[in-house]
Design a protein around this ligand. Structure first.
Ligand SMILES: CC(=O)[C@@H](O)[C@H](O)COP(=O)(O)O
Ligand SMILES: NCC(=O)COP(=O)(O)O
Length: 242
């Protein structure tokens, strides 16, 4: 089966750095180490409140890291203008709520503000490939295609973080979403909450071409070291793909 890209999300290296307000650990250095260990790309989410990744981190990842940057952001005027300036190869539009601990669900494309369409058009004009973080709902996926997205990223959080007994049903829902993306002519990415235990069944979907993994991967690095964790994810993904 075709190679599946692993994009490593370094947001929570910045969370640790910001806990003491200093310069370490550095998310750009983490990105460099992850790529050296076999990551195909780097993901960062610049939140409106800058709680972890900051503007300078994104600029430095873009300028200093050879692997493609997947820039996650809310579809706001501020973020679109930022993306137009740094022109990341990939941009993933995500819903954002100031009080949430992490992203709580997919972007509701059917009810999205009119600005979403303008945001996608402006990003495309800046040569940015746009994906939308979305629930595995065929109606949402078809709407994403109509808006001009190149890809969707299936929200895997409900599968990965929910009760183990619900996983077969959640996987069936995600698989149908992956098939709907393919039928709509969209690339299919997946991510949120994935771990060693939950990545395999998602990587086994032939429609999925990229997974982005952050919180568990960075947390586990405290115990195993970042290169070892990236290598282990790489081999779990490759095994599921074989
Ligand atoms: C879109 C997605 O699932 C995650 O990348 C999420 O945006 C992570 O955000 P935090 O790193 O702030 O939890
Ligand atoms: N898009 C998902 C992502 O970048 C990482 O999500 P998580 O593994 O931190 O939940």
């Amino acid at each position: 089966m075709k190679h599946l890209d692993l994009s490593v999300n370094v947001d929570h290296v910045a969370t640790l750095r910001n806990a003491r307000g200093g310069a370490f650990p550095c998310p750009v250095e983490a990105a460099r180490i992850a790529v050296e260990a076999g990551a195909d790309g780097v993901t960062v989410h610049l939140r409106e409140d800058r709680r972890h990744i900051r503007d300078r981190d994104v600029e430095r990842v873009r300028a200093e890291i050879a692997a493609p940057l997947n820039f996650e952001m809310a579809a706001t005027e501020e973020m679109v203008a930022f993306a137009e300036r740094i022109r990341p190869p990939y941009c993933c539009l995500v819903p954002e709520k100031r009080q949430e601990l992490t992203t709580e669900g997919g972007l509701d494309v059917l009810r999205a503000a009119p600005f979403l369409k303008e945001a996608i058009a402006r990003l495309r004009a800046a040569d940015v490939r746009v994906s939308i973080f979305i629930e595995a709902d065929p109606a949402q996926i078809e709407a994403a295609a109509r808006l001009g997205a190149l890809a969707i990223e299936l929200h895997t959080g409900t599968y990965a973080e929910g009760p183990v007994g619900n996983r077969p049903a959640q996987l069936a829902r995600l698989k149908a979403g992956a098939e709907a993306a393919k039928a709509a002519g969209l690339l299919c990415h997946a991510g949120h909450g994935l771990t060693y235990e939950t990545v395999g069944p998602i990587a086994a979907f032939p429609e999925v071409s990229e997974v982005s993994i952050g919180h568990f991967l960075i947390s586990q690095s405290v115990f195993e070291g970042l290169p070892a964790v990236v290598r282990r994810f790489r081999s779990l993904i490759d095994a599921a793909r074989a």
